[in-house]
Design a protein around this ligand. Structure first.
Ligand SMILES: [Zn+2]
Ligand SMILES: [Zn+2]
Length: 115
């Protein structure tokens, strides 16, 4: 792999949000609720069809990560306050999920190019 993906240098829980500072200086400000709805584990997303199995309406509005465990050097695994702990968020996924305007514009452009 020649492409260097940015790595989080700091992951901080702050109120209802999770703040990630990246090695390229970028900052992502995720709400706990948003990140929980983006869980890609087998009980939240169908492994084969990628169809979402999780109904965001069932997630408590005050959901938060009680703990965020590093997984190897490529991902994090949050323990959510609703008892859900099986979601692993790779750094690449996390960066893709960045809700800031610049990243969302990038993502949309990529999707348009792919289709
Ligand atoms: Zn999940
Ligand atoms: Zn961003």
């Amino acid at each position: 792999m020649s492409t260097q993906y940015p790595q989080p240098v700091e992951i901080r829980r702050e109120g209802a949000n999770i703040l990630v500072t990246w090695s390229d200086g970028h900052r992502s400000d995720f709400s706990n609720h948003y990140l929980r709805t983006k869980c890609q584990c087998a009980s939240c997303v169908d492994e084969w069809t990628r169809k979402p199995l999780l109904d965001p309406a069932t997630i408590p509005a005050d959901i938060h990560a009680d703990q965020i465990q590093p997984v190897g050097n490529y991902a994090i695994q949050p323990s959510w306050s609703d008892g859900h702990t099986t979601g692993i968020y790779s750094f690449t996924l996390l960066r893709k999920l960045c809700p800031c305007d610049a990243c969302q514009a990038d993502g949309a452009a990529e999707e348009a190019a792919a289709s």
